[in-house]
Design a protein around this ligand. Structure first.
Ligand code: ADP
Length: 396
């Protein structure tokens, strides 16, 4: 069966059509600048990728363009829309309502809407994508796969913030965590690769990309994670600050006569390694380049990042009273040997030994610790779309 995977943002829509038997990606691409002018990219499995300007006044237009491209007689990959058996939607925030992926019904849509205030930028866009697909593909079963669901197994002590409990009671202020699809996918694979018994395993997944989060997974379940109520918490990221003293928000607002929203915008979009490097870049490749040319701020940004990831990993070793294996995944985790090497060198006290022969391998499954390393360390490429397709198929 072919499963269409949809990841809808406020002005963008990423898609993949996956053949669930072979797990091959038949076509992938994205719609950008929806509601502005519109740009469409299509990459068929065995053909040339193309990008065209194409007017999209809303997400319904965007979905129509995607579907037309999929069945295009010349460049398409299927003959007719009936060859799409199911649609899997990535939904960012499921609050406490969703601990698992679900088949989308009217009740589910209402429950997702009730989580909107927890992710005001993301959930409404995800709902628009669901609505647009339901209009274009009536009767096709659809599933919602939540970024937060995998972390719903966290114990209360891990998700409770040190604030008056009425904020939890009244507004559900707590740690939720994100990248759940990736942490679930990668931790499962890590447990297999390291030859562990799931029911007696302690692993840590470092999802290091533009957004980064780290998760402690005990016996196959998330027991703690570094992102919080929103994806702003945790380690410094591409452009997000990660953890800081909350008093900094008022301090900067007063110094620069800014509103809380303006400061939050700075913490989300101008901070992290981009901010620390003095604006060099949020991309670790550019930071490497600048650092090797002697830019001290870029070098510091790389140091701060690796140091903070290592601190979280160390914290999770304490939280689980041990660790059997660690995985690196996502853009930085899969590709950046310097960052991996630095993080692993902080973990020498655990008996982690890096294997310099495999450390340089990028973007593929590989063990990067030595045979004698007390804790096994692997690179495990994440594949959120495939994970969404698998979940969708299992549900329908
Ligand atoms: P997102 O969170 O947007 O899904 P990704 O997981 O795709 O992000 O990670 C993107 C980041 O991965 C880039 O910003 C870049 O810093 C890093 N990256 C990608 N390829 C490389 C590479 N070859 N070397 C170092 N860093 C890389």
């Amino acid at each position: 069966m072919n499963v269409l995977v949809i990841n809808c943002g406020s002005s963008s829509l990423k898609y993949q059509l996956i053949d669930s038997d072979s797990e091959n990606v038949l076509a992938s691409g994205l719609c950008e600048r929806i509601g502005i002018d519109g740009r469409f990219t299509f990459k068929p499995e065995n053909g040339e990728k193309y990008t065209i300007d194409s007017e999209m006044k809303d997400h319904t237009d965007a979905i129509k363009i995607v579907l037309d491209a999929l069945i295009d007689p010349k460049t398409g990959v299927i003959r007719e829309l009936s060859q799409i058996g199911a649609v899997g939607h990535r939904v960012v925030h499921g609050g406490e309502k969703f601990a698992k992926s679900v088949v989308i019904t009217k009740e589910v849509i209402k429950a997702i809407e009730e989580c909107n205030d927890l992710a005001p930028l993301h959930n409404p866009a995800n709902l628009i994508g669901i609505d647009a697909c339901q209009k274009a593909l009536p009767g096709v079963p659809m599933a919602a796969v939540f970024d937060t669901a995998f972390h719903q197994t966290m114990p209360k002590k891990a998700y409770t913030y040190g604030v008056p409990d009425r904020y939890y009671e009244d507004y559900k202020v707590r740690r939720y965590g994100f990248h759940g699809t990736s942490h679930s996918f990668v931790s499962k694979r890590l447990i297999e690769l390291a030859g562990l018994d799931r029911n007696n395993s302690k692993v840590i997944v470092c999802h290091l990309g533009n957004g980064s989060s780290i998760t402690a997974v005990k016996n196959g379940e998330s027991v703690d994670t570094s992102m919080g109520l929103t994806p702003l918490e945790g380690v410094p990221m591409g452009t997000r600050s990660g953890n800081l003293d909350p008093a900094i928000i008022e301090f900067i607002a007063n110094k620069e006569n800014r509103t809380i929203s303006e400061v939050m915008n700075i913490l989300n979009k101008e901070s992290g390694v981009l901010g620390i490097s003095g604006g060099v870049s949020s991309d670790f490749r550019d930071l490497d380049q600048a650092s090797s040319e002697g830019n001290e701020k870029a070098a510091n940004a790389l140091d701060v990042f690796a140091y903070n990831v290592a601190k979280v990993v160390g914290g999770y070793v304490a939280a689980m009273n041990g660790v059997d294996a660690i995985a690196f995944t996502a853009g930085v985790g899969e590709n950046h040997l310097g960052i991996r090497r630095r993080i692993m060198s902080y973990l020498g006290y655990l008996g982690v030994e890096s294997n310099e022969e495999t450390m340089g391998i990028r973007g593929e499954e590989v063990e990067i610790s030595t045979k004698d390393s007390k804790v096994k360390v692997f690179v495990v490429p994440t594949n959120e779309e495939l994970a969404i397709a698998r979940e969708t198929l299992a549900l329908i």
